[in-house]
Write a protein of this length. Structure first.
Length: 591
């Protein structure tokens, strides 16, 4: 090979990744390239990557055509260094030293760009073309970057480091959507990663061939069908979580710290603490020499992140926090933010994406109330969190009224687990433990304040409510006299509605001769302890009826017209809850 020619090879992508497929050449034979410019897109089973030019020059050979699969370290192309470039020179380089991921690379083409040194006086600092293009694309001010190249020149790796060190934006605080990533130890990724599939190949018939991440998603989904799963549901009150999150953010703001905590930060941390008490939730299944086995690989928490590519397509990545149960909150949050930020800017590497034993996905961020995501091969559990809000039947009531009724915002959590090694009782206990921690049990929030070096607010009790252990009743604060009266009225109103649905036909005017119906005492509000004033105070939204009316008094008029007129209905004896609800909807709405 001539001394001025450099070979570009497929770089290392993780210890278990041995090959990659050329998806698309971004440069053609004879093109002039700059150091750091993307030459070719390469796809693996999880992510796509752009392999950059290691030096400036001319692309003189393409050694792997699009669609070809090659081994790590195999040649992709050859560059004639300095040819038709901007005068950059490079010494003869061996294939190993010329890999795009090598630390030492030939001096790239540079140009002078004003940058402000510490003294505040501007001077000329050399900036490579690749670094300048990347900084412009990412909105990075070159004056804020300290170069590590010869003479302090700014290179592409310096810009990448600056991007990685940027604080995460608010939309990076929570992961969303379930993951297609396998936790079974497979690894993939490059130093410069973009999420998603390779550019799809259009066939003559109009179909699109799935490649890269999209093809891997197909593979993972099909493999997931071989995992026998079951799912537990739990509705969790979030009043304490909401209160404590506000206090934490206020304390950090008062301390002059720019960080902000999301609900998902705290929920994810609670999951790692709950696994300490129910360690079976991180157990995975495998076969050792054909024999079924329970595998304990540690608590490695995967965070499902929805990533948008430059072409607008989307991909799901699951970076993994290793040994998450051993971290305090500050260290946990740092790793959380680092991984999510790397996913957003395409900097994840193989080890970031492999080995999850338990995964968190947050479809609640887009309004989903509850979800049963797919559990990938090699994972033990995937937890999904739904949207936070008041129960649907209470959404029409003002906040003041909800406070009087003692109604809290709630969130539905699901735990989908590998039923070969995890049982339903364990999953239920796991969700209950998460509920307890989010309600403030065992100094959960105090430990968060302490790890962040913040003082917990005095006089605030986490025992706003307690989560009842299995088979025991929860202990709650006694309501005031007015609250107790309203709660009794609500309960009586619900009983009255049930009476009209069950016994209303006894008061229906069915005799064509006009004789009075027998009626039933349960249809009289007085027998339920209800007065006109109390009925006006009970909002219709809590009664779950389909007839018109703003309160119980108005609803009662329409219930009488519906169930006690010249048509009678007897449906409450039907055992199917779904069928009863369907009939109630048609009868009471008049549809």
């Amino acid at each position: 090979m001539p001394q001025s020619t450099m070979q570009v090879t497929l770089p290392e992508m993780g210890e278990s990744v041995t090959e990659g497929t050329v998806a698309k050449w971004l440069k053609q034979l004879g093109d002039t390239v700059r150091e750091g410019e993307a030459l070719v897109e390469v796809t693996t089973d999880k992510v796509d990557a752009e392999v950059p030019a290691p030096a400036s020059g001319k692309l003189v050979k393409i050694l792997a055509d699009a669609g070809k699969t090659i081994a790590v370290g195999a040649p992709l192309a050859e560059i004639e260094v300095g040819a038709d470039g901007d005068g950059a020179t490079a010494k003869a380089t061996s294939p190993a030293a010329a890999q795009p991921t090598a630390v030492e690379a030939p001096p790239p083409a540079v140009k002078s760009t004003p940058a402000a040194p510490d003294g505040g006086v501007k001077s000329a600092v050399e900036v490579t073309e690749g670094a300048e293009l990347l900084a412009k694309a990412k909105g990075i001010d070159l004056a804020t970057i300290k170069g590590t190249g010869p003479g302090g020149s700014i290179r592409r790796r310096d810009v990448l480091q600056a991007i990685e060190q940027q604080p995460a934006s608010e939309d990076q605080k929570a992961p969303t959507l379930p993951s297609p990533t396998s936790g079974g130890g497979k690894k993939a990724g490059l130093s410069d990663v973009t999420a998603g599939s390779a550019v799809p190949a259009q066939s003559p018939t109009g179909s699109i061939a799935l490649r890269g991440g999209a093809a891997a998603l197909v593979k993972y989904m099909e493999e997931s069908l071989q995992v026998p799963t079951a799912t537990s549901f739990r509705t969790v009150r979030v009043d304490v979580l909401d209160q404590r999150r506000r206090q934490l953010n206020q304390a950090m703001q008062a301390a002059g710290r720019p960080e902000k905590l999301s609900y998902t930060h705290l929920i994810a941390f609670a999951i790692t603490r709950a696994v300490r008490d129910v360690p079976s939730m991180a157990i995975t299944f495998d076969r050792i020499d054909g024999t079924p086995a329970r595998i304990a690989r540690g608590v490695h928490l995967g965070l499902a992140v929805d990533v948008q590519r430059q072409d607008g397509s989307r991909m799901l990545l699951v970076p993994v926090i290793r040994d998450a149960d051993r971290l305090d909150f500050a260290a946990f949050r740092d790793q959380y933010e680092t991984l999510v930020s790397k996913a957003r800017i395409g900097k994840l590497v193989a080890d970031d994406l492999s080995g999850a034993t338990i995964v968190l996905t947050n479809p609640g961020g887009i309004g989903t109330v509850a979800s049963v995501p797919r559990l990938m091969k090699g994972q033990g559990t995937i937890v999904a969190t739904g949207a936070i809000g008041y129960p649907p039947e209470f959404t029409a009531i003002a906040d003041s009224g909800l406070r009087q009724l003692g109604v809290s915002k709630v969130m539905t959590m699901t735990s989908t687990y590998d039923h070969r090694v995890i049982q339903g009782a364990e999953s239920g206990e796991f969700l209950r433990r998460i509920d307890e921690l989010l309600a403030g049990a065992d100094g959960f929030y105090e430990s968060v304040f302490e790890s962040l070096r913040l003082a917990a607010p005095a006089g605030i009790s986490d025992a706003a409510r307690s989560v009842a252990p299995a088979g025991e009743a929860a202990v709650v604060a006694a309501p005031t006299t007015a609250e107790a009266e309203l709660l009794r009225a609500v309960a009586a109103g619900m009983a009255l509605v049930s009476a009209y649905r069950t016994h209303g036909h006894l008061a229906a005017r069915l005799d064509p001769l006009g004789s009075a119906p027998p009626g039933d005492p349960s249809l009289d509000p007085v027998n339920h302890g209800l007065t006109p004033q109390l009925m006006e105070a009970v909002p219709a939204a809590v009664l779950r009826v389909r007839v018109p009316g703003e309160n119980l008094a108005e609803v009662l008029t329409h219930l009488r017209e519906t169930y006690c007129s010249t048509i009678a209905y007897e449906i409450e004896h039907i055992s199917s809850h779904e069928q009863r609800n369907w009939l109630r909807e048609r009868i009471e709405s008049g549809r």
